[in-house]
Design a protein around this ligand. Structure first.
Ligand code: G
Ligand code: G
Ligand code: NA
Ligand code: MN
Length: 255
């Protein structure tokens, strides 16, 4: 409850910050994108990890104004880097279920793209499987189509951990599957995890969806993913999430 009252003021007090983690094309080592990850430095509580405050923001509805701040800040930063000639194809932004279902995501995203001047093809929204499955009435499909019509891309985050319905992968206009890091972690030692990663990469190839592996931490995982034809990777092996200035320096100096 104390945390909630602080979180309510976090946006106005400027306590929120985005860190950026690169996404790398495995075959070439080229940086193809960045994921924006929210950080909260609370004046009273210190640094609070997103795993603690994001669920609270979702329960309280605060994720709607916070999520709007995140999207605007990520698009503003991506546009600034674009203007500086820093090569970054895509900025990926997490969107929570509440933002997607309760808010008006198409209006909000369209407005922020216009405000910041970021070309829509430079924006990717990361949605979770469970968010997509909450669809009784076809509104999810309709919202996704209208978002795609803006020109942006859609990725499914933490793929394989939610209610995986193969039907929605065919039905929904999705561009990318992010293989959850739980499957990547023990790739070398756990044949079942290796089989799941193989399956997702093959599924991506068949359905013409790009695949991105999360949580790539060592060269063994990298070699496996490369050999299997996973498109991109993200993880500590390449770089940790960094504040904007550090990310730009890292990008500028060449990974
Ligand atoms: O960065 P870290 O691994 O600590 O993030 C923990 C969780 O918080 C992840 O599941 C991530 O998707 C989520 N998260 C980080 N930033 C955002 C954000 O801006 N919006 C939403 N909805 N979730 C985020
Ligand atoms: O749920 P989501 O995929 O958005 O979570 C992204 C989170 O994963 C971020 O909080 C980020 O800090 C974390 N992360 C990124 N790379 C790695 C990694 O290589 N290993 C681990 N353990 N976590 C990572
Ligand atoms: Na994510
Ligand atoms: Mn994820």
């Amino acid at each position: 409850l104390v945390m909630l009252s602080h979180l309510r003021q976090a946006v106005q007090r400027g306590e929120l910050e985005l860190h950026y983690q690169p996404q790398v094309e495995l075959a070439t080592g080229r940086v193809v994108g960045a994921e924006a990850l929210l950080r909260w430095q609370c004046a009273e509580l210190g640094s609070v990890p997103p795993a603690r405050f994001i669920p609270l923001a979702e329960e309280s509805g605060l994720i709607i104004p916070i999520g709007e701040w995140v999207l605007r800040e990520a698009c503003r930063q991506a546009r600034a880097w674009y203007d500086q000639g820093l090569e970054l194809a895509v900025m990926a932004v997490n969107v929570s279920a509440l933002q997607f279902h309760r808010g008006d995501p198409v209006e909000m995203v369209g407005r922020i793209l216009r405000e910041t001047g970021l070309p829509a093809e430079c924006l990717e929204l990361e949605l979770t499987e469970s968010l997509l499955v909450q669809d009784g009435s076809g509104t999810t499909l309709n919202t996704l189509r209208r978002l795609k019509a803006l020109g942006l891309r859609i990725a499914i985050d933490d793929f394989g951990t939610g209610y995986s319905s193969l039907a929605y992968l065919r039905r929904f206009p999705i561009d990318k599957l992010k293989i959850d890091r739980a499957f990547v972690r023990d790739l070398a030692s756990d044949p079942e995890d290796a089989a799941i990663v193989n399956l997702i990469v093959d599924l991506g190839r068949i359905l013409k969806l790009k695949t991105v592996a999360e949580g790539v931490e060592d060269h063994g995982q990298l070699a496996f993913l490369c050999e299997r034809g996973c498109n991109d990777g993200q993880g500590y092996l390449f770089a940790r999430p960094m504040p904007a200035a550090a990310f730009a320096a890292w990008l500028g100096s060449g990974p």
